[in-house]
Structures are given as structure tokens and as C-alpha cells.
Design a binder for this molecule. Structure first.
Ligand code: CTP
Ligand code: MG
Length: 385
């Protein structure tokens, strides 16, 4: 198995962007490019090293608490050029990092599909560089104004993430002759290693100018419209089963009856997520007639659904679960449940809410015959095929 790590280059100043702060941290809706990148990579990597400018430590602090719960992320002070920033971050990678994705924080619309494609190719060939063909007619114009047409068919616009074997990337940076390379593929190529091109993604553009930011904000508001899903589930209480809610084993005299581990809260949430993407329901995905799911941890099913949504380009905005149970008292277990959901979904705990209530002894929950859970989920950014 490869240890997969991310180096996020965020140590520039974004001088061309016209933003009041380094563009990697400039507000986009309720988030910012650096945070969007870290959220996109979280399901794919074991950790991240983020290169930050000397004056931007405060900006890093402002997003630190919102990082996906499952992602170890360290900050390193960047250098005067992008190349220097990546070199400094490389030195901070742990021993077991063997595949490294280098990504520009200025490309917040990177899709899970593209990240997966790059890691897959680099796992095979040692290096993957996404590139797209050029739509406009292209010319080279020298300092004297002499114009020469270029063969558009031969040209590619190069993007990030660029994924490399760690030893190749380290060697390329160590032996680099040209201190001003604007990407890592050129260094790896110059060091004599083969560079594999994979299909890039036109929406994975680099935010550079004020116009880029205007468009990005419009897109966040309109195209990336959030979708909402609702889920409901109920299970019967019985005396001979453990009580598992949001993956947390809650000590009680009774537990829930079901084909899987009967984690009613996870089931409601799975239905909310599937509902948000209009992808059917838990019964269709994981039939309770299938022996494969007997006794299975519902958190595994939740993880599978979250992974599938991500592959379809959906990001999870937030989830909120309400558990209706007369007993036991759940308040003490809520933080653990939120953490468990956050880790499984690859989001930060402040986006994963769990609440509990009783029905004042009314109805089946009140008589302690069963427990109900209701959940809502907000997702955005994807397409429903
Ligand atoms: N970058 C970096 N360290 C530097 C310079 C750039 O980590 N010394 C990062 C930027 O933060 C950005 C990426 O490299 O995410 C791509 O560079 P670019 O688009 O040029 O960003 P900036 O240098 O920040 O912008 P500008 O050139 O407009 O100042
Ligand atoms: Mg720059």
C-alpha cells in the first residue's frame, strides 16, 4: 500500500487576484479555496502538508478548526517561489509517504474524479499530470513583437494535482537547475523521469484574476446549488442486543433489532444522503435479504454511500441527526457520535450535528418499544446522473 500525502501550495500572495488577503484564503461563500482543496483531498490522502506564507499564519489559524476531522494537516512556512514552497513542504512529509500529490490552493474546484484519476495513474507509472487541450488559437510573441503561430493540436494547458512517486519528486527538487519552474512536472521531466499525462478537467481552473473570483462566486451561488435530503428510520428494542447509535456503543439494558447492527441513526442519515442526490434509499442499496449485510456495521454502509456521492462530484455540506429515545440518556455520548460521523463522512465535526430527544413517554418511543431517528443532509457541487 502507498502512503498518500498532499502538498498544498498556498504560500503565494495572490497579487493578481485583487483580493484583500492571499487568494488561497479569500472568502468564497462560507469557505475559501484552501479549505475547499483540503476537503476535496481528505478522502484520498493520509495527511496534508500546507505551505503558508510568513504573514499568513493567522489565516491558517482561521480555518484550522474547520478542517475535515479525518485529515492530519501540518503547516509549513513557504518560500519565495512556488518551487521553494513545495521543496520546504517535501521535507516535512513523513517517512511512509510514497505517493505525493502537489496541488495549487488556487484550484478549489478540483473534483474527486480527477484526484482519483491522478492517484491511479501515478500508482501505475510513478507520475500523473492532468492537462487539457487548448481551445483558443495560439501564437508565440517574442519581445520584439514577432508573431509565430503555434500548432494548437500539440499544446496542453497543465493543471494540478500532479501526483508523483515521492523519491522522484524529492530527487527532482534536489537536482533542479531552474529555480523558477511553475510546476513540478517540469522538474521531474528535467530530472529524467517519465511524465504521464492524464485528462484534466476544464472546471479545475486556477483562480488568478479578479474576473476568476467574480465567476467563482457566481458559480458557488448558482451552479453549485445545494440539495437537501431527509431520512427516517425506526427499530424495535430488544433485550439481547447492543445499542449502537452513529457507530457508538451506548451502554443500555436493551439494543435495537435488525438485519445489520440496526444503527437507526446511521440508517436515517444514509437515507438523507441518498435522498439529497435522488439516488433511492437504503433498502435498495443494501437489501436486508442479503446475507452480506447480516450484522454489518452501518457505519461501513454510511462510508460507502458517502464515497459514492463523492465519486459523483457531491460534497457534503452538513448533516443533522435527531434521535428519539425515552432511555438511555444520550447527552454524554453526543460528542463521540458527532466525531464518529465526521470521520466516516470526511467532514469536520462542526458540520455533523447529532441531537437527542424523548417524546415525554408518548407513543412507541415513549413506551421504550423502539427508537426513531430523523436526519437531514445538505450536499452540493455534484450532478445526478
Ligand atoms: N505559491 C506558493 N508559494 C509561493 C508562490 C506561490 O505556495 N512562493 C502557490 C500559490 O499560493 C498558489 C500556487 O502556488 O496556490 C499557484 O501560484 P499562483 O497562481 O501564481 O499564485 P500566487 O503566486 O499566490 O498569485 P500571484 O502570482 O498573482 O501573486
Ligand atoms: Mg505567482
Amino acid at each position: 500500500m502507498f502512503g498518500r500525502w498532499l502538498i498544498l501550495a498556498a504560500a503565494g500572495s495572490g497579487a493578481r487576484s485583487g483580493e484583500a488577503v492571499n487568494k488561497a484564503f479569500a472568502p468564497l461563500g462560507d469557505t475559501c479555496p484552501a479549505l475547499m482543496c483540503l476537503e476535496a483531498f481528505a478522502p484520498f490522502v493520509d495527511g496534508a502538508v500546507v505551505a503558508i506564507g510568513a504573514d499568513d499564519a493567522r489565516l491558517w489559524e482561521s480555518i484550522k478548526d474547520r478542517l475535515p476531522g479525518s485529515l492530519p494537516a501540518a503547516m509549513v512556512q513557504g518560500g519565495a517561489t512556488r518551487q521553494a514552497s513545495v521543496s520546504l513542504a517535501l521535507e516535512r512529509l513523513p517517512q511512509d509517504a510514497s505517493l505525493v500529490a502537489v496541488h495549487d490552493a488556487a484550484r478549489p474546484f478540483v473534483s474527486p474524479r480527477l484526484i482519483a484519476r491522478c492517484f491511479e495513474e501515478a500508482g501505475r507509472s510513478g507520475c500523473a499530470v492532468p492537462a487539457i487541450s487548448v481551445a483558443d488559437t495560439t501564437l508565440s510573441v517574442d519581445v520584439s513583437g514577432r508573431v509565430d503561430p503555434l500548432r494548437r493540436e500539440d499544446l496542453r494547458a497543465v493543471q494540478t494535482p500532479q501526483v508523483f512517486r515521492r523519491d522522484w519528486l524529492a530527487k527532482a527538487h534536489k537536482t533542479a537547475m531552474d529555480a523558477s519552474a511553475t510546476d513540478d512536472a517540469s522538474l521531474v521531466r528535467a530530472a529524467g523521469f517519465p511524465v504521464s499525462i492524464v485528462d484534466g478537467d476544464a472546471s479545475n481552473r486556477k483562480l488568478t484574476t479578479p474576473a476568476d473570483f467574480r465567476l467563482a462566486r457566481l458559480e458557488m451561488e448558482s451552479v453549485r446549488m445545494p440539495r437537501v435530503g431527509f431520512g427516517l428510520d425506526a427499530h424495535r428494542l430488544t433485550s439481547d442486543r447492543p445499542l449502537i447509535l452513529c457507530g457508538v456503543n451506548v451502554p443500555h439494558t436493551m439494543g435495537l433489532l435488525g438485519h445489520s447492527d440496526a444503527d437507526v441513526a446511521a440508517h436515517a442519515l444514509i437515507d438523507a444522503l441518498l435522498g439529497a442526490a435522488a439516488l433511492g434509499d437504503i433498502g435498495g442499496w443494501f437489501p436486508d435479504t442479503d446475507e452480506a449485510y447480516r450484522g454489518i456495521s452501518s457505519m461501513l454502509l454510511l462510508k460507502r454511500v458517502a464515497g459514492d456521492l463523492k465519486e459523483r462530484g457531491w460534497a457534503i455540506g452538513s448533516v443533522d441527526v435527531t434521535i428519539v429515545a425515552q432511555r438511555p440518556k444520550l447527552a454524554g455520548y453526543i460528542p463521540q457520535m458527532r466525531q464518529s460521523l465526521a470521520e466516516t463522512l470526511g467532514i469536520s465535526a462542526d458540520r455533523a450535528s447529532v441531537k437527542a430527544t424523548t417524546t415525554e413517554r408518548m407513543g412507541y418511543e415513549g413506551r421504550e418499544e423502539g427508537i426513531t431517528a430523523r436526519a437531514v443532509a445538505v450536499i452540493y457541487g455534484g450532478t445526478t446522473a
